[in-house]
Design a protein around this ligand. Structure first.
Ligand code: ADE
Ligand code: ZN
Length: 316
């Protein structure tokens, strides 16, 4: 089944480039940039990947991202991810990057954007992987900071096609970012947002009605609200679900309890994605495989999930 799932043509629609930073590359970049990491070696770092919730993960993820300093670092990060895509027959990807994670440390916005863009261009040319980049705002920071990030990014308008919203969800509802999303959409950008990962169904309503998103990232807590489920089905709004992430961050106690196949059978346009594969134990194929092993996903369901991911693409 692994080979069959691996060979299935897929799109990945929920992937944080910073979350694809494998421990080996983190240590290599630390050495290159003369940074001393707080972990002795790769094994010590891997054993720290034991999270009780989103915030515990984010604390480590932002610490790890500190090794990314130069345009070449961002190129290497993105290229390593694209090679994984090639291995797993991910034919199209729409990754996020978090500019504020880098500019707050003094890394120029251009270094991150240009390194990532150059790798995505090589991915298109050398690997045949189509892609579009999503510029994501950190929701634990004020809306004013998101405005500054958008201003910084607009001279490079063609390098990304959408804005997103990520980081600590609870206490930071989509409504906090309504004005900056209005501005972004006014510039012709599309919108997506993390909602209903740890936050309540109301955040999904807000993302749809106030931010006017084209897709919901995660969205698994929609299952608590039958009216919302009816709307997601009626409007065929895609959810970018990340099964391994949800179990690693204890959104579900065990993969057996994950609701993705129930949502699929109800008619919700769910897709399978890896979120932060270096931290959560696998890329897209491993996420599909976990659904087969723990939820009994069959080939017909896998085909529908993969087709949903191709249908839910926004960047062309
Ligand atoms: N940033 C990286 N991964 C994330 C996730 N799963 N939720 C919110 N913000 C994130
Ligand atoms: Zn995410």
């Amino acid at each position: 089944m692994r080979d069959w799932l691996n060979n299935l043509p897929k799109a990945e629609l929920h992937l944080h480039l910073e979350g694809s930073l494998e421990p080996e590359l983190m240590f290599r970049l630390a050495e290159r940039n003369k940074i001393v990491l707080p972990w002795r070696d790769v094994e010590a770092l891997r054993s720290a990947y034991d999270f009780n919730n989103l915030q515990e993960f984010l604390d480590l993820y932002y610490a790890g991202a500190d090794v990314l300093r130069t345009e070449q670092d961002f190129y290497d990060l993105t290229w390593a991810y694209l090679q994984k895509c090639e291995e797993q027959n991910v034919v199209h990807t729409e990754p996020f990057f978090d500019p504020q994670t880098h500019t707050a440390r003094g890394v120029p916005f251009e270094a991150a954007l240009e390194g990532i863009s150059a790798a995505l261009a090589d991915g298109r040319e050398l690997l045949g992987i189509s892609s579009g980049l999503i510029l994501s705002f950190l929701r634990h920071l004020p809306e004013e900071d998101a405005f500054k990030t958008l201003e910084q990014a607009l001279p490079y308008r063609d390098a990304f096609f959408a804005v997103g919203l990520d980081s600590s969800e609870v206490g930071h509802p989509p409504s906090k970012f309504q004005r900056v999303f209005d501005k972004a959409r006014g510039e012709g950008l599309l919108a997506v947002a993390h909602a209903g990962e740890e936050g309540p169904p109301e955040y999904i309503w807000e993302a749809l009605d106030l931010l006017k998103v084209s897709r919901i990232d995660h969205g698994v807590r929609a299952a608590e609200d039958p009216r919302l489920i009816a709307r997601l089905i009626e409007e065929q709004i895609p959810l970018t679900v990340c099964p391994l992430s949800n179990t690693r961050l204890k959104v579900f106690g065990h993969m057996r309890e994950h609701n993705i196949l129930q949502l699929l059978e109800q008619g919700v346009k769910v897709t399978v994605n890896s979120d932060d594969p270096a931290y959560f134990g696998g890329y897209v194929t491993e996420n599909f495989l976990a659904l087969h092993e723990h939820l009994g996903m069959d080939e017909a369901q896998a085909r529908r999930l993969a087709q949903n991911s191709l249908d839910a693409r926004l960047a062309f």
